[in-house]
Design a binder for this molecule. Structure first.
Ligand SMILES: [Mg+2]
Ligand SMILES: [Zn+2]
Length: 180
């Protein structure tokens, strides 16, 4: 039997790349500061890397499968050049009110990731993102959770308590794998 893989589940917009509010075209794509280094650290530490992203803009035509695909190609290509591999990408294409099972915080995207990677070592895995729905997703699939400080939440109204709050993906990576 294949060993279960420790995995870092990563939100996309606001975690890996700058969240401009509308990341629909290649021109909208820019890594957050330190994100490329962070992904390298996490991969070196032995984790599979899995992106899980809500892309409701697909549901109302603000973007298309082709554009989303082009952005992901760009992300994978830029990372490949520095030796980093994203192992799997899963996205929810449905509207926020569609009631689907795959929009975070609902857990459906895990199925896509496990189809690609095999079963996940949940206790040894993490979800990181910049919204409470990311923490909720992590909780719903039984992994540890980290929340990046962002304009989308404040500590007074936070109902999903993450295991760790950080300023960036890089800070999280250095927590998982401290520099020696
Ligand atoms: Mg986000
Ligand atoms: Zn969905």
């Amino acid at each position: 039997m294949e060993p279960k893989r420790k995995t870092i589940f990563l939100d996309r917009d606001g975690t890996i790349n700058v969240d401009t509010g509308a990341v629909h075209d290649i021109g909208d794509w820019a890594f957050t500061e330190g994100a490329v280094e962070a992904l390298g650290i996490l991969q070196q530490a032995g984790y599979a890397l899995a992106v899980v992203t809500n892309q409701a803009a697909l549901a109302d035509g603000r973007t298309s499968e082709e554009k989303v695909g082009a952005i992901h190609e760009r992300m994978l290509h830029d990372l490949e050049r520095v030796g980093v591999r994203i192992d799997s990408i899963a996205y929810c294409p449905h509207a926020a009110d569609a009631g689907c099972l795959c929009r975070k915080p609902r857990p459906g995207l895990l199925d896509t990731i496990e189809d690609a990677l095999g079963s996940i070592d949940r206790k040894g895995s993490w979800m990181i993102g910049d919204k409470e729905s990311d923490v909720g997703f992590g909780r719903n699939i039984g992994v540890q959770t980290s929340l990046i400080r962002s304009r989308y939440w404040d500590s007074d109204t936070l109902t999903e308590k993450p295991d760790r709050i950080v300023d960036s993906l890089l800070e999280f990576a250095r927590f998982i794998s401290p520099p020696s």
